[in-house]
Each structure stands twice: as C-alpha cells, then as structure tokens.
Design a protein around this ligand. Sequence first.
Ligand SMILES: [Zn+2]
Length: 43
Amino acid sequence: MYKCFSCRRELKPDQIKKRVRCIYCGSRIVFKSRTNVTKVIAE
Ligand SMILES: [Zn+2]
C-alpha cells in the first residue's frame, strides 16, 4: 500500500503502476506506507 504525501490518502500499487501520481489530488509524491513511517518523539 502506498500513501500520497500531499493528501495522505492510500493508493493501491496497481493504481500507480504506470504513472506515479495520486489519483485523488494529482500529486506525484507517494511513498510506501509500510517502510516509510516516520515517528516523531517529543520529550
Ligand atoms: Zn493525493
């Protein structure tokens, strides 16, 4: 599963197979939601 960096919606791999573009907002920046999880720890 992928996520759009701009609108944060989930994208299926086959939806961005040929054109890496968010089908919702048209953003070209997507990332894998599994591997690219960023944690922010505030202490
Ligand atoms: Zn989007």
